[in-house]
Design a protein around this ligand. Structure first.
Ligand code: CU
Length: 96
């Protein structure tokens, strides 16, 4: 039983790292507004969104769950897309 628990927690750790690595943009959470479904991130360049330089900006969260995974001050990795004309965070994880 104990061995099983160790294996499960290793798997959880590995999949968490794999997720973080699949998220292309580095950033820091500045502010989270759960009521509005928005997150302010200071981020590095995002070529696909024509942001050649880092900046601090507000993104819409694709789902409310995304905002529960991180908090202000966290270093994170995330991905973003333009959805209906709005910059939208599609995935986010705390960086290790
Ligand atoms: Cu930006």
């Amino acid at each position: 039983m104990r061995k099983f628990a160790v294996v499960v927690s290793c798997l959880a750790l590995l999949s968490g790292q794999a997720l973080a690595q699949s998220l292309p943009v580095e950033g820091t959470v500045v502010k989270i507004d759960e009521g509005a479904g928005k997150i302010t991130l200071r981020h590095g360049p995002i070529k696909k969104l024509d942001m050649d330089q880092g900046m601090t900006m507000v993104f819409r969260a694709q789902s409310p769950e995304l905002l529960k995974q991180v908090k202000a001050g966290d270093k994170v990795r995330f991905d973003a897309e333009k959805v209906n004309g709005q910059m939208t965070v599609t995935g986010i994880a705390k960086a290790k």
